[in-house]
Design a protein around this ligand. Structure first.
Ligand code: UD1
Ligand code: MG
Length: 490
């Protein structure tokens, strides 16, 4: 369909209005780099593409190559001397009859716009056709203005404007279709702007007009062709994309309780019947199953959450898998490389790192599980810590199925707690516990009969003494007094 059409994408600019050292074209919009919106669209439309790169060329080139199996050509603009000069730098790649030239910073452009521009261009036998939009915001300063006067038409760049904008707020979108034969001649006729000393692609319009050549415009909704020159414009475009993604998932049966403050990346998928709470953010290639509940302020990053999972508020799950019917959170952090099998509960203030948790496991309070394998139906008591790091090396903790770990245990890795074993509360487990055994590793309790009264008396004496000498009464002083008396009496 597009056999006689090729595309040139301009991506060599310095991004100076971003006030950042990297190219704006690799800034992400809903998880995908800006430049890939255009290159992927052209790939989908099967249009041969050449990218003009210059500023930060290595970064852009390797990003694009990583996503396109090398079928994109690269032209090089060594010095950034304007959009017209960038087109000139791609000259050796001009092969087809019609050349689509696009700015790299217009990521919301659609297949339908490119196709309609091409059809109109062909039907009207134009030498140059370009996309326009209308925007009445007088602050809209970063666009070239399309000025038509009788038979004359030209684009005046915002930077070069000498007169106030009138009521015509027709702007140039930065998307052009040009006949190769015309381009080959007209490109040599571009002249430097007096203000910026750059060559502007936009001057091709005036050149065509002076040569009495057919020029066509194609008008679209401004939102589709928003260019991104500043961080504010990036924010505005991302808001549009984000709303588009969320509306799509609403149509697939997903309930967003406060859609205006949710963020869902482009490549995320969500199953129907799932409900997403306020402030939830879902990043990268996360896959959320059917009928899940993701409560407020949780973040799911690059993770797979299967069906019927409840993720309670303020939970962070990174690059991990959670299988069916689990309850995770609130305030749970599951770090990269972890998996949680079905029907498990991992709740309040529990941190899991690089660990595999079996099914039916309960880890409900204030626990750290690192570099561990936890078998099915294990119960881990409150305050348990796997001591996985000795300052040099990470070691593994293995807790086999049906084991029961008492509260406030320290499991010093490497260690294996056998199938069905028990550990007593407060234990420091330093060696393996055999299957079905019970391990107690804590000092024996001593009860001193009536000793509470002795402590009270000492406590009263100490505070009286302190108030008589005018010293400020403070509990650490009194307690140390009590402790020294206690050791003397022992
Ligand atoms: C450009 C248009 C303006 C239009 C607007 C739409 C020109 C002179 N102006 O302005 O009429 O309304 O886009 O968004 O074309 N680039 C290069 N080499 C360079 C300079 C730029 O490759 O030497 C690339 C940039 O990386 C960018 C694209 O060309 O992807 C457009 O450049 P930019 O500086 O954003 O132009 P605008 O000022 O937005
Ligand atoms: Mg721009």
């Amino acid at each position: 369909m597009y056999n006689n059409l090729q595309a040139i994408v301009l991506a060599a600019g310095k991004s100076s209005r971003f006030i950042s050292r990297q190219s704006k074209l690799i800034e992400k919009i809903c998880g995908q780099e800006m430049i890939l919106y255009i290159t992927k669209l052209l790939e989908k439309m099967k249009i041969d593409t050449t990218l003009v790169i210059g500023h930060k060329r290595e970064v852009i080139e390797s990003l694009v190559k990583a996503h396109h199996n090398n079928e994109i050509n690269f032209a090089f603009q060594e010095e950034q001397k304007g959009t017209g000069h960038a087109v000139l730098c791609s000259r050796e790649f001009w092969k087809k009859d019609h050349i689509l030239i696009l700015n790299g910073d217009v990521p919301l452009i659609t297949e339908q716009i490119i196709n309609s521009l091409f059809q109109k261009h062909l039907q009207n036998n134009a030498v140059i056709s370009f996309v326009i939009a209308h925007n009445i915001d007088p602050q809209m300063k970063s666009y070239g203005r399309v000025v038509q006067n009788g038979n004359s038409i030209k684009i005046i760049e915002a930077k070069d404007e000498t007169e106030e904008r009138k009521e015509d707020f027709c702007i140039n979108a930065g998307i052009y279709l040009i006949n190769k034969n015309f381009l080959e001649i007209a490109i040599n006729e571009l002249y430097e702007s007096k203000v910026t000393k750059e060559l502007y692609i936009t001057d091709l319009i005036e050149i065509a007009n002076i040569k009495n050549q057919k020029i066509e415009t194609f008008s679209v909704d401004f939102d589709f062709i928003r260019g991104i020159n500043t961080l504010q414009e990036l924010w505005a475009v991302e808001q549009i994309k984000r709303a588009e993604i969320i509306k799509y998932w609403m149509d697939c049966g997903i309930r967003f309780s406060t859609a205006q403050n949710n963020h869902i990346d482009l490549n995320v998928t969500i199953g129907s019947g799932t409900s997403i709470g306020s402030g939830v953010q879902i990043y990268k290639n996360s896959k959320i199953g059917n009928n899940c509940v993701i409560e407020s302020f949780s973040v799911i990053d690059g993770s797979i959450i299967e069906d019927d999972v409840v993720i309670k508020s303020h939970t962070l799950i990174e690059n991990s898998t959670v299988k069916n019917n689990c309850v995770i959170g609130s305030f749970t952090h599951i770090h990269s490389g972890s998996s949680v099998d079905s029907n498990s509960i991992i709740s309040n203030f529990v941190e899991v790192k690089k660990s595999d948790i079996g099914s039916g496991v309960k880890i409900k309070h204030l626990t750290y599980i690192g570099d561990s394998e936890i078998g099915n139906n294990v119960n881990i008591g409150a305050g348990t810590v796997t001591c996985n790091y000795n300052g040099f090396k990470k070691e593994k903790t293995i807790i086999q199925e049906d084991a029961f770990i008492g509260s406030n245990n320290s499991l010093v890795a490497p260690v294996v707690i056998g199938k069905g074993a028990y550990t007593a509360a407060g234990s420091v487990i330093t060696s393996d516990v055999p299957e079905n055994s019970m391990a107690i590793a804590r000092t024996e309790q001593i009860n001193k009969k009536d000793y509470a009264q002795v402590i009270r008396e000492k406590f009263n004496d100490a505070s009286t003494l302190l108030s008589m000498t005018g010293a400020i009464s403070s509990s650490p002083v009194i307690l140390s007094e009590v402790r020294s008396t206690e050791s003397k009496d022992d």
